[in-house]
Write a protein that binds this ligand. Structure first.
Ligand SMILES: O=C(O)c1ccccc1N[C@@H]1O[C@H](COP(=O)(O)O)[C@@H](O)[C@H]1O
Length: 226
């Protein structure tokens, strides 16, 4: 059995200092949340994200995380930010996904699946057919929200989704330095992603938590599928 370390994304990054701290800690990707119903995260817009991305060193991937789902909205955001990896957190029409692919060379589409129950399996299979990767996140019925809930979901369902689809699966939702090893061992995802679990109560990114999260994730290898 071939083992390798899971990929790690840190989401909700809004300053160059935080982005460089994630890179130094070994993050593979940095998620910039733009186009959310709740408005800019820490005031970050496309221009601010573009300035951070231009200042990054090589070998770390910037990702646009958004609820926007039309090519008319997403393509200009990608071009302004200089990204070709997009994480969509709302259902997108297949034709819109194709328009995005036609407009952004080398586009990687990461489609979110909210693991609300067994019905998530069929939804995951359906979305995997149009995605380059899936991200499994938590839906919080108390707020009607998903994304940055800081809450975990049923990892046994996430593990079943990993087994059921042929695309990389990223586990998200309530991960922290304290639970990420157990999550990786239970779900065996291609990667993990965290926002709330590495933030301070004031919403700023805690570099010590970032370093701890990445160190634990890297110390918990996963079997290579296929
Ligand atoms: O990060 C956000 O602010 C966000 C907002 C809306 C949709 C998705 C968002 N981010 C994604 O949510 C996961 C889980 O967040 P958490 O770790 O439970 O706080 C995060 O990893 C992002 O991919």
């Amino acid at each position: 059995m071939i083992l390798r370390r899971p990929r790690v994304q840190i989401a909700g990054i809004s300053t160059l200092d935080d982005a460089l701290a994630c890179e130094r800690a070994g993050a593979d990707a940095i998620g910039f949340t733009i186009g959310l119903p709740s408005g800019p995260h820490n005031g970050l817009d496309e221009a601010g994200a573009a300035a951070i991305i231009r200042a990054l060193p090589p070998f770390i991937t910037p990702v646009l995380i958004t609820y926007r789902v039309t090519a008319a909205e997403v393509v200009p955001m990608c071009r302004e930010m200089g990204v070709n990896q997009v994480q969509l957190h709302a259902p997108a029409d297949p034709a819109e996904l194709e328009r995005m692919r036609a407009a952004i060379p080398g586009l990687k589409l990461i489609l979110a699946v909210n693991v609300t129950g067994p019905e998530a399996l069929d939804l995951a299979r359906e979305r995997a057919a149009r995605a380059d990767a899936l991200i499994l996140d938590t839906y919080d019925p108390a707020t009607g929200r998903h994304g940055a809930t800081g809450k975990t979901h049923d990892w046994s369902l996430s593990a079943r989704i990993v087994e059921a689809v042929d695309v990389p699966v990223i586990l998200a939702g309530g991960l922290t330095p304290a639970n990420v090893a157990a999550a990786i061992r239970r779900v065996r995802p291609w990667g993990v992603d965290v926002h709330t679990g590495v933030e301070r109560p004031d919403g700023t990114t805690d570099h010590d938590l970032v370093r701890a999260f990445i160190a634990v994730a890297h110390a918990t290898p996963v079997p290579v599928q296929g």
